[in-house]
Design a protein around this ligand. Structure first.
Ligand SMILES: [Zn+2]
Length: 452
């Protein structure tokens, strides 16, 4: 079920992705990003330097990054001025000397401008202004809205991000805060993200937020400190503090339960951000989830979204799709975790939710094969719900002990790696002790909805 892309031509402006080949580039891998951002909130003005440490996978006389509409002041490759050209969402670079295959090379890009989201078939995504601050939500192609990158999930790298912004604002970057320097008007925040991270999962959140302890704080009645010490924090507008504290009261317990199911939480801290503006949907970032003001009402109406985003820390963020066609490995697992959590927390059972959604899916056209839904339907509801139904049917097929052992092994064995559907079905075969080929062909490869 997986396809192996042909090796790209030197400097090719393609990732070889079956759905989004124009996003991501060939000829190199990025090992580390160092981003130094100076951001003015009012005028939405960014002045930045990005240093990318890359490894050439072939000899390179030129190469490209994905990059938005910024003014580029200079590009250096290994300290030497390089020629460059901005074309659409690509920054083409021709180094003074070709880079030999296998060499580690360093590219510095100095740039400035007004960051704005990337236009896509899924709307405007990436760096966006809030009423008072900004947010970054990049899945799947928004990362070039704020830094030059190899924008494909199969190229995961480590990051160090420094953001200087006006002092009254809280600045959160996906990573561990390593230092903070305050002057009278400006605060410089330094974050490090050591775990391999796809560019679309990097995020910056800026707002006038309260910094709230989520687990271990006295006000969280049901959580207490997480047993493994995962620090869970939140950034919340002061006006939403009370309803937030009720809606996220079970966050600590949720973290414990998901670790029992899927193995250790893959990152350092877990940070929840609630923006003061409304958002269409919550979104996951690395070690972070972002919710809109409309997802908080003090009645736990949206708790399924809280657990959905947390589940993405394992499925999507730690285990990242090697090609966008495998998207059900993110959304099917996150959606099924909603159903498991519902049952675990005393709500409707997973079986009952599966029956409900199976009936609902039967009323929709059966024209999506969720193992390869097509780019237009990557984020179709059927990929989410039929993905979850596939896992529920698999659980029925192989039984609870094998199913839960499989899911945990899947998350642990592929921790911080990239994944394909064929790898999951092969692992499932080994936990079932037999071939599940016919089962997966029916659920993943054929558009017709199988019986539950
Ligand atoms: Zn999701």
């Amino acid at each position: 079920m997986s396809t192996k892309a042909a090796a790209p031509a030197p400097g090719a402006e393609t990732s070889g992705d079956t759905y989004l080949p124009g996003h991501g580039n060939g000829g190199y891998r990025v090992r580390h990003y160092e981003l130094d951002l100076d951001y003015r909130i009012g005028p939405n003005r960014l002045a930045a330097t990005a240093v990318l440490t890359c490894v050439a996978t072939q000899a390179l006389s030129r190469f490209s990054f994905d990059f938005g509409e910024f003014r580029v002041a200079r590009v250096l490759v290994d300290g030497r001025a390089a020629k460059y050209l901005r074309r659409g969402l690509k920054l083409q670079i021709r180094p003074a000397r070709s880079v030999p295959a296998g060499a580690v090379f360093r590219v510095e890009v100095r740039y400035s401008g007004n960051p704005r989201p990337v236009r896509s078939r899924w709307g405007d995504i990436g760096w966006d202004e809030l009423t008072d601050g900004s947010l970054v939500a990049s899945q799947p192609v928004g990362a070039p809205s704020w830094f030059p990158c190899n924008d494909h999930p199969s190229d995961k790298a480590a990051y160090r991000v420094t953001v200087a912004a006006s002092s009254p604002y809280l600045v959160l970057v996906t990573g561990n805060l390593v230092s903070r320097y305050c002057s009278a008007s400006t605060t410089k925040w330094v974050y490090e993200r050591p775990e391999p991270t796809a560019a679309y999962l990097m995020s910056v959140q800026i707002g006038r937020y309260d910094d709230v302890e989520l687990a271990g704080g006295a006000w969280v009645p049901e959580s207490g400190a997480a047993p493994d010490g995962v620090v869970q924090r939140a950034a919340v507008p002061p006006r939403l503090r009370r309803p937030f504290e009720r809606d996220f009261a079970r966050q600590g317990r949720m973290m414990d339960v998901l670790q029992q199911w899927f193995g250790p939480y893959p990152f350092g801290e877990y940070v929840v951000v609630v923006t003061d503006d409304e958002l269409d949907d919550p979104i996951e970032a690395q070690g972070m989830s972002i919710f809109g003001a409309n997802h908080v009402d003090g009645r736990r109406t949206h708790e399924r979204l809280v657990v959905h985003e947390l589940a993405h820390q394992w499925f999507g963020n730690s285990l990242t799709v090697a090609d966008w066609r495998h998207i059900w490995l993110n959304e099917g697992f996150a959606t099924y975790t909603e159903w498991l959590w519902s049952e675990e927390s005393g709500g409707e059972s997973a079986a009952s939710l599966a029956r409900f959604w199976h009936t609902r899916m039967r009323s929709l056209p059966a024209d999506v094969a969720i193992g390869d839904p097509g780019v237009a339907r990557m984020f179709d509801e059927r990929v989410y719900k039929r993905g979850a139904l596939t896992l529920h049917a698999l659980r029925g097929e192989i039984g609870n002990p094998a199913f839960f052992a499989l899911v945990k092994a899947w998350a642990v064995e592929h921790r911080h790696a990239t994944v394909r559907t064929a790898e999951f079905t092969a692992l499932a075969d080994s936990y079932a002790g037999r071939s599940l080929h016919a089962f997966f062909a029916a659920w993943l490869e054929k558009p017709a909805l199988p019986r539950l």
